[in-house]
Ligand binder design. Structure first.
Ligand code: MTE
Length: 341
């Protein structure tokens, strides 16, 4: 029997944490000498105070260096050349906000997973390419990244929860990745999946056994080939940090954030439309297409406006997140589909 559980990002922001409380709490923690990294894990914060001796524990609470990590083997590729074709009419979100306010359920059902995600081992990392492809194979992430061109693009990003950000991603145009995978003519969809139980000792959220792990979602092939689709490897001119989906994640700026699978280990080409993680959990609220539309409310809240991370300003949401010129044509012959859930 299905038991419905409340998930953090499924409630309207007004019912999550009022911003003033969030800010006051941040100020309080600051006064205590603790940083923003500790905010969301209130219980863990109290429990952890007694053991702040190791460098890692100090970092978790915003003091001292991050745990030792080998330098990223692709660091020499950053910053990549910015592609000025993709411009935005908004200020960039401060890096600190975009990298400490995340959704990554494998590490917990709240926004403050950044410190927990530092435990994700992002090297060695392999990506399995399979399904309807000429040559199913497993590729090492560094071979993959070096085989394809990287560029920087500033995109708007809109979460279904009605918060938004504007960030510079570095990545591979997805069309190039699709070509690299050599799909067969019969392939209609591309499915991407995150790591699963094999990394559960590093990702405690995977113990939430009621979720259909691994986190999976997909695109129709023509969406994947659209010039906006990006497979990101970096953000703010550096390799992606784990909390934003290192070492490889999907970016489709005209779709709600839940489509944008993080920390990809599997890319499969299929004839059948895949069911995404959230569509599997709650099909009445989340569908396959998930295009942004201010006029189609979520069943439990409005999508007319969004709150910008950083400034907190509320601004009107735009159809396809303002990217209609690039993507509206993809949907002309799909008008009978549920395009905006
Ligand atoms: N990918 C995985 N593997 N797990 C997740 O929980 N959350 C999604 C998406 N990709 C998620 C994921 C949601 S709901 C959003 S809004 C974005 O990641 C958030 O990306 P960000 O944390 O880089 O802002």
């Amino acid at each position: 029997m299905w038991i419905k559980r409340r998930r953090g990002w499924e409630i309207p922001e007004s019912r999550i944490t009022p911003e003033a409380h969030f800010r006051n709490r941040r100020a309080l923690l600051k006064a205590m000498g603790l940083g923003a990294g500790a905010i969301a894990g209130g219980g863990a914060l109290v429990a952890g105070l007694g053991s702040m001796r190791t460098a890692e524990a100090q970092w978790r609470f915003g003091r001292g260096p991050a745990p030792e990590r080998a330098p990223d083997p692709t660091a020499d590729l950053y910053p990549a050349r910015r592609n000025e074709r993709y411009t935005v009419d908004r200020a960039l979100t401060p890096e600190r906000e975009a990298t400490t306010y995340n959704n990554f359920y494998e590490f917990g059902s709240h926004k403050g997973i950044a410190s927990a995600a530092q435990r994700l081992p992002v090297r060695p990392w392999q990506v399995r390419i399979e399904g309807l492809v000429k040559n199913p194979r497993t590729v090492d992430i560094d071979t993959l990244i070096r085989a394809l061109p990287l560029e920087e693009r500033v995109y708007r990003f809109r979460c279904v929860e009605a918060w938004a950000m504007t960030v510079p991603w570095t990545g591979i145009p997805m069309a190039k990745l699709v070509e690299y995978c050599e799909p067969l003519g019969s392939a209609k969809y591309v499915v991407m999946a995150t790591f699963g139980q094999e990394l559960s000792q590093h990702a405690p959220g995977l113990r939430q056994s009621w979720y259909p792990w691994p986190y999976t979602d997909g695109l129709a092939i023509d969406e994947a080939m659209n010039e906006l689709s990006l497979i990101a490897t970096g953000i703010y001119g550096k390799p992606l940090p784990p909390q934003n989906g290192a070492p490889l994640r999907l970016i489709t700026p005209w779709k709600y954030g839940f489509k944008q699978v993080k920390s990809i280990v599997r890319i499969a080409f299929t004839e059948e439309r895949p069911k995404g993680f959230w569509e599997e959990v709650q099909p009445s609220e989340y569908g396959f297409w998930a295009n942004i539309n201010p006029e189609v409310p979520h069943p439990r809240w409005s999508q007319a406006e969004e709150r910008l991370l950083g400034s907190g300003e509320r601004v009107p949401t735009r159809l396809y997140n303002g990217y209609g010129d690039f993507v509206a044509n993809l949907y002309v012959n799909r008008r009978n589909e549920r395009l905006f859930a």
